[in-house]
Each structure stands twice: as C-alpha cells, then as structure tokens.
Design a protein around this ligand. Sequence first.
Ligand code: ZN
Ligand code: ZN
Length: 220
Amino acid sequence: MQPTSGLDSIPTAEAPSEAFASLRRFARTRTPVERCELCAAELAPEHPHLLDPASRQISCACDACALLFCGQEGAKFLRIPRRIIQLQGFSFTDLQWQSMMLPINLAFFMRQPDGGTRAMYPSPAGAMESLIHLPAWDALCAGTQALATVEPEVEALLANRIAENSMYFIVPIDACYRLIGLIRTNWRGLSGGGEVWQAIGNFFSSLEQRATGISEASHA
Ligand SMILES: [Zn+2]
Ligand SMILES: [Zn+2]
C-alpha cells in the first residue's frame, strides 16, 4: 500500500478549486434575499404585505413591522390577508353583470370602508376603474356569508367570466395587482394575443389550486 493514497490519487472531474468556484457561481446566481421595505430586515419567502391606502402602494414587510404599523387607530398601513377562497354557489346574474358595463369579463370588486363597492378591471394599459355607480357591497353580495367577511380595501372579490364556467374568488388585493401586471406585460395587439390568455388561464389554475373551498370560509 502506498502511504500517499490521499486525495491526490482519486481521479476527480474537477480540481477542488474549480468545484468551489462553481459553487460560488451557483450561490451568486441565486435570487437576492428580499428585505423589509420599512426596516431592511431580511425576509422569509412568506412574509406580510402591507397596503398604504393613500398611495395604493404595497410593501413587503417583516412580522415586527407588520405588527408595529398596522391595526392601531390611524395606522399608516393595512395588513393584507393571505387567504384565497373559491366561492361555490355565488354568481352574478347576466343582468347584474351587464348593468355594470365592464368591457372585459374579468374584474375585481373591492369593499370600501363606507360600505360602497369599487370595481376595477385589467386592461393593456393597467388597472382601470369602472365609472358606473355600483350597488353597495351588501346589496351586490347579498346572501353570501363569506362575502360579508371580506376586508375593505385589502381583499377583493375576483370575478372571471371569460370561460363557460365562471369563477369567483376572495383574494388578497396583491393577487389582483399581479393579474393586472401580467395582462399589461403579455397583451399584444387588439385582442391580446394567445400568450395573454394562456397567462390568465395559468393564473386562475394556480389560484384554484391554492384556494380553500367555501365551507372553510366561516372559520377564516
Ligand atoms: Zn421590518
Ligand atoms: Zn413581498
């Protein structure tokens, strides 16, 4: 036996220094960590999102800042809930939908602090607001218990009537912003093009996968 049968005698594909170099390259190409936009603390992939109702800006935050800046009287931010609920048994009637005169079969409805309703819809230019005077939230959503729990401004009723089977969800408001962003960036020409409709389809199938059914809604 040779006493020098150490590392040197083992054939390796790469010299150790090269292996470390590629490890470092891998580490560098990983996405940078997200930071709290209020205190710069490092964030976990799942972290609170806060809405500034005055500017409609959404910020990523750490748990400490979410506690500190939300919930009190006069707080600057509203904490955005995480729940996604797919509503079974709720639907706008065709008449109700037509009376809202939305140019696309996709819209989200926000409950306002004063009990009113605001409707926005995505367009190639970004989010557009419906200028029609809408019924009050309770009148629009009458009879659906889960919709009575929607938090003003930070949650929305998302309606998708593009496909034959329309879908309705209670979603965090940042999900609506994501949908608007993907429509704006993928829209081509007058009709949107195939890519945008594919992207919308993917967005809704991932919502369906993450959503809880309506029966869980009462515990949320
Ligand atoms: Zn923070
Ligand atoms: Zn975030």
